[in-house]
Ligand binder design. Sequence first.
Ligand code: PLP
Length: 439
Amino acid sequence: MISLSAPEVPVPAPAEPGRTVTPTEHRAAAVDRAATAGPLAVLGVPGKVNLDYAATAPCARAAADAVAELLPWYGSVHRGAGALSRRSTLAYERARQCVADFLGVRPDDSVVFTRNTTDALNLLARSLPPGCRVVTFASEHHANLLPWPAGTVRLPVPGSAAEAVRAVDAALRELRRGSGGGAPVLVAVTGASNVTGECWPVAELARVAHRHGARIALDAAQLAPHAVLDIATLAVDYVAVSGHKLYAPFGIGVLAGRADWLDAAAPYLAGGGATLAVGAATHDVRWVDGSARHEAGTPNLLGAVALAAVCTALGEADRAALYAREQSLLARLRSGLAALPDVLELRTFDDAAPRVGIVSFVVAGRDSAAVATELARRWQLGLRDGLFCAHPLARRLLAEAAARSGRRDLPPTALRASIGLGSTPAHVDRLLTALATLG
Ligand code: PLP
């Protein structure tokens, strides 16, 4: 049975006799309500605490409502003349516009619906112009590590944001020198690490990339759910996101960005919807330009509409206040973990680097999978354990944590707690209590 989880929806604390509720308390309560009720309330099962938003965030009511409203009108997209089909086509293209507005795309950018971030980055990898070199970091999620072609420059994990900028600068200078400046280059980086939550200096990296005549692609799978992301302001060339990390259901993602490489590339999928005309001979095909070129086959209408509904709800919310709320939960979580003697947080940058609501850690002397199982069984807490599809980074951070702490009893994998809309202080405290009393 699915129900809205609102066990701890806060209301302004009743004023003690002689004391009125302050404007700050009122605002905090309003922000809590925005995050735990209304269109941004998340679906869940009472009693079960999801601390695994970084893997898949729960579905927001905005998404569920949008799907329920459209279901009776569900028809073919871009293919029929009937009312259902026309309405579905309109809903699909409106969804594209909502997502474009949410991401702040430029007027001539393409917005392609994909299955997820992995799919979006694979599409971009297949659309690189001939001879294009790619520069990325060893700290990336596998989705931004593995799709790139042979010859990709994989920079070592940097120790700080400034070091990341310097490393990209040096790598691009080297590539320019090697190619005489003619070959296209793409820098592919994450906005926020799925292991540490640390934010990367995206705007600075974009400036450096452009100064060297390169383009930059942003893996925003973990940044977009937590912070305002505006393609034009960050001046990135491409952005990839996943719907299921953005409070929408599985199976929808987006690649948005410069249209020229995408229009010049072979269609990602060959098939109906991507064609202008098909002749009798095997290769007699003319393909369309624009988003449809890479969206052959019947599209994921419900996914697109659900994602758009969340984008609209987030766009209408006070994002700065939601961000501040999450930061306060994150600070509670991190300081609580730091107070536990056997718990060590994994980090790439220094302690004070900006982060989104993701924390990876180990419990010294404990197997991470066994701890995750105990947290789930005894405490109804859902966390992730493992190397988080970022094996090179996670292994390195585990080794660094061992060296920093001098402990020889760290497990070979880690635990990750991640929060978002719907998370509350009580959820964080339950995890901290559980860790303090591990069996
Ligand atoms: N990039 C980052 C930073 C991620 O955290 C993830 C998933 O965890 C991905 C890419 C891949 O996302 P998806 O599995 O939705 O394709």
